[in-house]
Design a protein. Structure first.
Length: 295
């Protein structure tokens, strides 16, 4: 599902959702709330650049309705708010093939981060509240949410410049597993098995890549991470391999760190350094065989 938002001439933005890359069906929603932007040169507050929680619920409800027909699986990206979970739970209770995703930053951060990181924490959809964050963890544990992803999209920004002119996006790929492991497994919110499901197995199943991807089995690609759950490390921009130059988790200490990783049996991460050569990746066509019912 892809979305495009335009601010238009009125105070209520319009968001258009396209259901799948090959779909000609679109759903247009007009936000019930209004966007709040900080004034030029001001320090953004916890809700700066955020809409009310009602727009994501409306988007989720409309998208789930669009997926009611037979043979219409729906992948709903970037769930952020507690109120958006209700229509997803209802769709899954009715055994409709609705697969909802959230991102690591929505599980681990709130809009208050704007106070200390400025526009570095400007992402879309925006970071929400502590109550929303806890609701997402519960939804992950009970199966309402099927996937956690990184939405890795770092941009060059002026953290304390005009907030309205700064681009959306933040790095998240390298911290995806370690931060969800620390917040989820170490704090007893979900099991390690569940974390592997939502990071590896479920995405492979939803997009028709299982069992080539998403499992360790005879005949599957040997994509493996060796992880030390007792290693304590403080996340800093200088120990990240991204070219972003910053991380939203600067100074945060986590328990658990990857030691090495392999792609199809070949080394990628080794002794803390990326050793894979550019060009080692392969194109993976998505198969037309998504699950017919919730995972």
């Amino acid at each position: 599902m892809r979305s495009r938002t335009s601010r238009g001439s009125g105070p209520r933005p319009v968001t258009t959702y396209r259901l799948g890359p090959r779909s000609s069906t679109t759903l247009t929603l007009r936000f019930a709330g209004t966007l709040r932007w900080p004034s030029q040169g001001s320090r953004p507050g916890g809700s700066a650049g955020c809409a009310s929680a009602s727009p994501p619920r409306g988007a989720a409800s409309g998208a789930c309705c669009m997926g009611e027909g037979p043979g219409r699986p729906l992948s709903a990206a970037h769930g952020t708010a507690a109120r958006a979970l209700r229509p997803i739970r209802q769709a899954r209770a009715e055994r409709r093939p609705v697969f909802a995703e959230t991102c690591a930053h929505y599980l681990t951060l709130t809009g208050d981060l704007l106070q200390t990181r400025g526009a570095l924490a400007k992402i879309g959809p925006p970071l929400r509240t502590e109550a929303d964050r806890e609701a997402l963890w519960q939804a992950l544990a009970d199966g309402t949410l099927s996937v956690v992803s990184s939405d890795h999209a770092p941009k060059k920004k002026d953290p304390w410049g005009d907030f309205r002119e700064q681009p959306y996006g933040a790095p998240g790929l390298e911290t995806l597993f370690i931060i969800t492991h620390d917040e989820g497994v170490n704090r007893g919110r979900i099991s390690l098995v569940r974390l592997v499901q939502v990071l590896c197995e479920n995405p492979a199943r939803i997009f028709g890549l299982y069992p080539k991807k998403g499992t360790i089995a005879v005949g599957s690609d040997a994509d493996i991470v060796i992880f030390d759950p007792r290693r304590e490390v403080t996340i800093r921009a200088e120990n990240q391999h991204s070219g972003a130059g910053y991380t939203l988790y600067e100074g945060r200490t986590v328990l658990g760190w990857p030691v090495m990783s392999f792609q199809r049996g070949h080394r990628v991460l080794w002794e803390g350094e990326v050793v894979a050569e550019p060009g080692a990746g392969r194109f993976l066509p998505l198969l037309e065989s998504p699950p017919a019912a919730p995972l």
